[in-house]
Write a protein that binds this ligand. Sequence first.
Ligand code: PMP
Length: 374
Amino acid sequence: MVYMDNAATTKPYKSVMETYMNTGDDYYFNTASIHTKGREAARLLEAARAQVKGLIGLEEYDCIFTSGATESNNLAIQGIIEKKKRSGTTILVSEIEHPSIMNTLEAMKEEVRVKYIRTTAGGMIDLAHLEELIDEDVIFVTIMAVNNIIGSVQPIQEVARLLEGHPKAHFHVDATQAVGKIQMDYRGVDSISFSSHKFHGIKGIGALLSRDGGKLSPIIYGGGHEYGKRSGTVNLPGAVAMARAMRISGEAMKENTARLSRYNEQVQDKVRNLKSIHIHPGGVPHILNISFIGAQGEVVVNALGKRGIMVSTTSACASKLRKLNETLSAIGSSKEKIEGSIRISFGNMTAQAEVDQLCDALGAVYEEIKEVLE
Ligand code: PMP
């Protein structure tokens, strides 16, 4: 099996699995227990927290461990808006956010006024439009670091500078596709969210780093864990394993970026000159979005699957929602390009031989379906 769907999730590093197992075995105690072992577990949790903050470069921020980016995004949006809604009601959001942002805002539409920041054809937010939209009623701005469908990298520092003059507006960044993959400067951002399983950690753990976690209403109430912002017995093995996965990914980042860029180029070279193939604008090396114009992305995904290669379709936003992908629509892609699109995503474990196999398979699938292509 050749796994090329790393933007969906990644295989955990072996050593991370070991860390998870060993921590679960040796420190199964509740970090909230006041006995000696509970305190030891709590110290380990604080060490993992400090490591995560340090590796992101936001040592002075609060770090709240969650179950993953979906929960972190919900906590940031609901938790901050609840606190700020008396001072304004406007929310600015890019058009290409993940459903965990879009659907949370949709659920709050009675309470807030959501305005969408336009996207350029290259997949970048339109900064001039953001400048037009920002006013004194804005309490929350949310823009992802790296888009999960095409891989475009958003100008986070430029937005942070633009928002300097608007201190009331909380700036949230969904950094799920960036952390552990590309170096980014998050200074000036008020909160960032991510999931461990996207950078070869395990599933079920993530974090929200917030400039001032104290100004956040909880969305999960209970025994007061995580500074009262996220109750429930803390997933200590997951947090320790996440810190480790983050460290390993960070140490190997430069080498992986160069290697994955070569893979990305190789696949592009393979299909670039074929008729009825469109390569969507990208950004990060690990995500590549290609359209087979005239075909259904699902057909291509299945044809590659028969050859043992796992990729994603982007024709539907999340395959369950059955609507044209929002990111591709926002960048002005045609219906045919959207319907025929697939997402190939590399991970730190992707090997050259697998990319060669993918290229051969893409060639074979193209021959198989070229009659239907426009
Ligand atoms: N944001 C982005 C940009 C993502 O790619 C994902 C995962 N598809 C999420 C949020 C949600 O992550 P999780 O499913 O781990 O909660």
